[in-house]
Write a protein that binds this ligand. Structure first.
Ligand code: 13P
Length: 287
């Protein structure tokens, strides 16, 4: 199964009501580990890159890693640019071959966001690529976004539906009480908004701020049409904790062998990804 488009992955997921992990990778090791975890789980997977990661590694090197690591891969995979307000980075990634982008223009006026999202959708179509849209801030992801989330001042579902229809976005990311990073206390999520948007538009919803939600919350939102489930903080923590545990042990033993570190951390990244596939119901869907 080659690299496929975003809609080829979220379409069946939305229809059959399972969620596909959309995991923010940070480097070569996490990219390879997430792909390997999806292969072991026989699951489709969406690999995401933040703007920060694109800038720190460079789109050329990052895309070369992606191409090399997905050659001959046995499960459907797709490469997505997460929260990006910068049209130049959107264009750069589309030109390189990213399969989809989240144009995050929620800090613009709604009218300007809608106008520019229409342009981004047209630009993406030129590359056979897809677009996720957002109109209300969900929180900060690798320095992009705003913490200003809450029930106040939320847009009516009708306006969100109008945005989805007018722009032709392929996936929509509504603010439903979710937030990036660890939750200070268990969030109350507005699942009814997901149901209303999916029923009115037929467009799958992306669940942002996946880290820290309960299995029950995932199950409920996925059943309502959240076909793309974003996880970033969870992988960052798993990665850092794995490194820390190994390095503490290395220090205690006075044994410093980087390849052993990479092997140990990779195993934890693979296990983490397989766990997501099981929780979201995508395991086994890439028969
Ligand atoms: P978390 O960092 O809470 O997992 O959210 C990830 C996300 O939504 C990326 O866009």
């Amino acid at each position: 199964m080659p690299v496929v488009s975003l809609t080829e992955i979220v379409g069946p997921a939305a229809q059959q009501r399972y969620g596909v992990p959309a995991v923010n990778v940070l480097n070569d090791l996490t990219l390879e580990g997430v792909l390997a975890g999806a292969v072991e789980a026989r699951s489709p997977v969406i690999v995401q890159t933040s703007v920060k990661t694109v800038k720190s590694i460079g789109s050329e090197v990052l895309f070369s890693l992606w191409t090399a690591m997905t050659r001959g891969i046995e499960v459907p995979v797709t490469l997505h640019l997460d929260h990006c307000p910068d049209r130049a980075v959107i264009s750069e990634c589309l030109q390189r071959g990213w399969n989809s982008v989240l144009f995050d223009a929620h800090e613009l006026t709604l009218e300007e966001n809608q106008r520019q999202t229409v342009e981004v959708v047209a630009e993406a179509r030129g590359y056979g690529a897809h677009v996720e849209g957002e109109i209300e801030g969900i929180g900060v992801e690798d320095g992009v976004g705003s913490e200003a989330v809450g029930p106040d001042g939320r847009l009516a579902v009708e306006r969100q539906v109008e945005f989805v229809r007018a722009t032709g976005v392929d996936v929509f990311a509504p603010a439903i009480g979710n937030a990036h990073g660890q939750y200070a206390s268990a969030p109350t999520l507005e699942g009814d908004k997901v149901t209303a948007i999916v029923e009115a538009t037929g467009v799958p919803v992306a669940l942002h701020g996946g880290t820290g939600l309960s299995t029950e919350q995932f199950g409920d939102l996925i059943a309502r049409g959240c076909a793309k489930v974003n996880i970033s903080t969870g992988l960052k923590e798993a990665y850092m904790r794995s490194n820390l545990a190994f390095l503490k042990d290395a220090e205690a033993k006075g044994k410093w062998d980087p390849p052993s570190l990479f092997t140990a951390v990779r195993a934890d990244v693979v296990a983490f990804t397989k766990g997501l596939c099981e929780t979201f119901g995508s395991a086994g869907k890439a028969a």
